[in-house]
Design a protein around this ligand. Sequence first.
Ligand SMILES: Nc1ncnc2c1ncn2[C@@H]1O[C@H](COP(=O)(O)OP(=O)(O)OP(=O)(O)O)[C@@H](O)[C@H]1O
Length: 728
Amino acid sequence: MAGGSNGDGDAEDVVMARWLQSAGLQHLASRYASTGVDNRLLPNLLMQGYGAQSSEEKQRLSKLMRNLNLGGEIGTEPYTPSDQNSGGFATSDGFYSPEFRGDFGAGLLDLNAMDDTELLPEYVLSEPFEPSTFMPAVTSAFNSDFDVLNSQTLKALPDADTTTLLPTNDKETSARENNVAKIKVVVRKRPLNKKEMARKEDDIVTVQENALLTVHEPKLKVDLTAYVEKHEFCFDAVLDENVTNDEMYRMTVEPIIPTIFQRTKATCFAYGQTGSGKTYTMQPLPLRAVKDIVRILHQPVYRKEGFRLWLSYFEIYGVKLFDLLSARKKLCMREDGRQQVCIVGLQEFEVSDVQIVKEFIEKGNSARSTGSTGANEESSRSHAILQLVVKKHNEVKESKRNNDGNESRNGKVVGKISFIDLAGSERGADTTDNDRQTRIEGAEINKSLLALKECIRALDNDRLHIPFRGSKLTEVLRDSFVGNSKTVMISCISPSAGSCEHTLNTLRYADRVKSLSKGGNSKEQVASLVPPAVKEVLAAQPLHVSSDADETYEQLQDFREDTYKKIVENSSYDMCYNLENPPDNYPTNHTLNARQEILATSGGPETGRLERKAISSGSTGQKAPLTSYIQFSSNAEQKVEKVSPPWRKSENPGLSITNSKQPMANGSSTSNGCYKQNEPEPPAYEDHIKDILEEEKALIEAHRTVIEDTMEIVREVSCFHLISSYLT
Ligand SMILES: Nc1ncnc2c1ncn2[C@@H]1O[C@H](COP(=O)(O)OP(=O)(O)OP(=O)(O)O)[C@@H](O)[C@H]1O
């Protein structure tokens, strides 16, 4: 084999040969023995189709590639031909063809990107269900709720070929389909709409191969010269305006369908500014999913086992839940004794064919809360959640029932998939023209989007504490955040120049989620960046600050979440004022970043980039007058407690960090500011929002007055100049 020309190269050749041998692929290497190909490029060449032919070889190669990447010997990502290449997507356009992925499919998280240990085994069913950390120690009851195929069922299979259960015709893809990344981030660009075209707006988003995307931001210099700033992003996939909904489905949801028969709770959601195409993207997905699920359910083994599909559709509007399939009946969310969220009164319907599902979806859509925003006349003002649940029934007597927690009587949950059409994100600046109600809606929407992001972040860091109590949305999705879960995030963007800022915000949000799913900031990195002053604060808490990176990281995260919650609960700007004099020993940039972080959290997900920087930046900067809500000194705790809302006053102030790490008490909990079971929710939140909006309105009015006064003065001065120049 040819390899490097020096000793290092030879050594690498030997290592590579051993690697291939260890994976039983030495015969592939021998094909290149006389070609002069650099050995280090070999796995990538093979992955691009130059050698590995059988699916087994590809799988082995893929695993080998992952190991190589972990070892850091080859800093590239593996390319695995996906379904999209082989079937769904025309390779002729080059969009998904291996040749056009460039080097090694940069940025492609792909379906093989996760470690084997994260995957559910393919019909290996003896593995106990991974319990939530919030579950009581004894989980047998919980496990029984997630009844799946057992070994007897396996034996009952005619030829023990479990791949026949999967919806695809191609058995080769079964392994890949089970090999689904835990979080996948896909971006979809919509075409310019009529209004944008009428305004002659430019399309400023270009999509390249290798899941790359560039935003060409039009800008002006101080001397008013125009220039374009380029922003490049790379995601797991980027789909342009020519991609159909069908292709969208194949890229996002199709691979996770088989996993919901294996105890997985999957979530697919669309995120993006209002009018960017979330509803357009999300609405067809459940229909396609049902088609595939029903096809699997028709397999004799599932029929015999009593597997059935149930559908429910509800919306979260503000903090209220409404059943979209039951005349917008108000729903109530409760936790049962095992901390499982039940939506009391939610109607579930058994569905067995696509046509019925279509009717249900149309019915639900017509009942959904919509309103008009600047960007979308028919804007979704709520989060709509359509859930498809696969249950195992011993004997089904009803086709319609209440989800009142009596699941064991009516079937045991095997797995589920939730489709969430999120309400559109809005910037505060866009809401000034909105009426009061729309602005209240906007505040609630941004809050829940932020909470969702926090959960994804925690989920992807495999953290023990998932802050799902941050909003109703995340509470409802609680079981999508624990145990075996898969998440697909579809970021929808508008290509118009007028939406540039929104588009960048959306992409930064997505980028952040993506970078986390690739192990972005390691805990070690973060822990090493924790400034001493923050450690001091943490040390002042009941938890000691450990030298252990993981623990420090967890503590820092918990501290941030707890503090964030306090801001949200108070919905007050009290905390954001005046820390003009940061401690001398405190690096200024960290203080600035701390402020950015809080602005990011209080300002909604659009400012998430700042938040990321706050964590990752380690540099110091110029000292500047600062305002920061948080003082990274020993009195930070008191500051935080000072603004606790009335209903939390009775709590032990020293528990702010400790609580979030403790398992919840059975059936009720007051940690993290949540309500106790069967207690009414705290009433103050909406009032605070209203107060803030009033204040904001007054502030805007005051600004307008000042601007008008200034304009008046300018007019008078220029008039005076004109007259004086005329006189002279
Ligand atoms: N990929 C696309 N191709 C063609 N038309 C699209 C595409 N995406 C969106 N549209 C059109 O753009 C308009 C707005 O889309 P949609 O209602 O899905 O936005 P949205 O993000 O759900 O907005 P909101 O958050 O306000 O509900 C619709 O008329 C829709 O048909």
